[in-house]
Design a protein around this ligand. Structure first.
Ligand code: ZN
Length: 283
């Protein structure tokens, strides 16, 4: 496993970690100044700014864009809505290409509101992914399916384990062309009894596109906004990273924390300093 000590160039910051409190151009400067090698911005920040200018800024600071967050949910109640979701994702993939993103992060969506049909949601997800593969191929931005913890199956993602994500990748891209893979996020998969085997399998398929870290707090009070800083929770981070790297992943380690009552209240430079310290010592 790689030693991250003194290697912030191997570390990336997902901008959600800073709570989306300032314009993206300021966040980009802050992350570069702190010495990180990568950034993963969100659409709402990019779309609020000047895409071409942001892309130039990121490039001039030599930051790797470890992912562009994230897809519009795919499942919809009507064909018109489904098609609108596809179009929104196509536009985002084009923006991801301008940013030079290594992947477009797919949080695929949950049930259609009012529905109890999880199979329907899953089949809409697969249909949507198949359609988007053409755009991904055309713009050279691979789709990174991010399985979410099953507590989000209703409202955020009906793809919930790495094994399920790999199965979808193999079904839609059996030739393993590189157009689709998986974002492994410790928050979503640490509990999985099949974790080691699943990571080995996704690596074997050459499909690990991103690796996200934070921590799971022993007492989690909020399903979305209680993600801990690395080292503060229960995840055996070195052991997961060891699996991921043994499986062939050699990209950046991205910090992605949503913790409204804590990290989003603190001075952003101090948050980045703590991320840097934890990445180098406990990840
Ligand atoms: Zn993630």
């Amino acid at each position: 496993m790689r030693n991250l000590q003194g290697r912030l160039d191997l570390c990336s910051i997902n901008t959600a970690t800073l709570g989306h409190r300032e314009p993206l151009n300021q966040t980009i400067d802050r992350i570069a100044r702190a010495g990180f090698g990568g950034i993963a911005p969100w659409r709402r920040e990019v779309e609020a700014g000047d895409l071409a200018q942001l892309a130039r800024q990121i490039k001039s600071l030599d930051l790797t864009v470890t992912g562009y967050c994230r897809s519009t949910y795919l499942p919809a109640a009507t064909t018109t809505e489904f098609n609108a979701n596809i179009e929104a994702n196509r536009a985002a993939i084009r923006d991801a290409a301008v940013l030079g993103a290594q992947c477009f992060v797919m949080v695929v969506g949950g049930l259609v509101p009012g529905s109890r049909d999880v199979q329907d949601a899953r089949s809409q997800v697969i249909d949507g992914i198949e359609i988007l593969l053409d755009t991904a191929r055309e713009y050279g931005v691979p789709l990174a399916l991010e399985p979410l913890h099953p507590m989000y199956a209703a409202n955020r993602a009906v793809v919930n384990t790495i094994a399920q994500a790999v199965q979808i990748c193999e079904a839609v891209d059996p030739a393993r062309t590189g157009v689709i893979g998986v974002a492994v996020d410790v928050y979503h998969c640490w509990w999985d009894p099949e974790l080691t085997a699943s990571i080995a399998a996704v690596g074997q398929a050459g499909r690990i596109l991103a690796y996200h870290v934070c921590d799971w707090m022993y007492e989690t009070g909020d399903m979305l906004l209680d993600r801990g800083m690395m080292g503060d929770g229960v995840i055996d981070l070195p052991s997961v990273r060891s699996c991921v790297e043994h499986a062939g992943y050699n990209g950046l380690v991205e910090t992605e924390i949503f913790f409204a009552q804590n990290w989003w209240q603190r001075d952003p430079d101090k948050v980045l300093a703590i991320c840097a310290e934890r990445l180098q010592t406990v990840c």
